[in-house]
Design a protein around this ligand. Sequence first.
Ligand code: FPP
Length: 228
Amino acid sequence: MNDLRIPIHVAMIMDGNGRWAKERGLKRTAGHKKGAEVVREITTYCAKIGIKYLTLYAFSTENWKRPKLEVEYLMKLLDKYLKEELKVYLENNIKFRAIGDLSKFSKTLQNRIIKTQEVTSSCTGLTQVLALNYGSKDEIVRAVKKLNERGLEVTEENIESCLDTSGIPPVDIMIRTSGEVRLSNYLLWQNAYSEMFFTQTYWPDFTQGEFDDIISDFSRRERRFGAV
Ligand code: FPP
């Protein structure tokens, strides 16, 4: 990874867990279980190579429409992941932060999220941001309400300060796995000038090697941010 331009903020839509499982004759939940292992691997890798923010779409505001058993499985998996991950976060100097409307989750899961944020708050390496019950339109609506409540003038800076991602720099690289080419209500504001990468690989098959290839490609791209 020498000579490469390491991005500050990488965002990912981890798609394809269900299809990965189906192709193997497994239940969709098996894809999520394997997906959680890849979350750990890619997160620790990002910490190792010096990326500062990794934002992962773990549960969207639309995901509640999935079968009840799948939603329940995802909730349990998240709780288990955060419980087991605490040691990994601390060992790797990773700060954990959640974005999204957490009020819809069980008290147990909300407490787990709050505790994980508190315990890792002094870590200074990578910040792993999990988007949980997150939808960009919902985030913007909540931000505008906050703006009104605080009596703030409508400016880009003030809107940014009211978003869930307040204090986090804009996305440099946006990656979506599984061949789908859309943003699905993810970080619409924060992706304004991101470089986008779409891969056919299902999330459970996504590797550090493929991630390296994306960083190499990013290093070669010229970003003009609207200038010439
Ligand atoms: C998309 O695959 C994935 C999700 C909706 C959830 C993402 C969850 C994980 C990667 C695992 C758990 C995460 C953590 C942080 C513990 P899909 O089910 O839509 O796949 P499909 O499009 O092939 O059906």
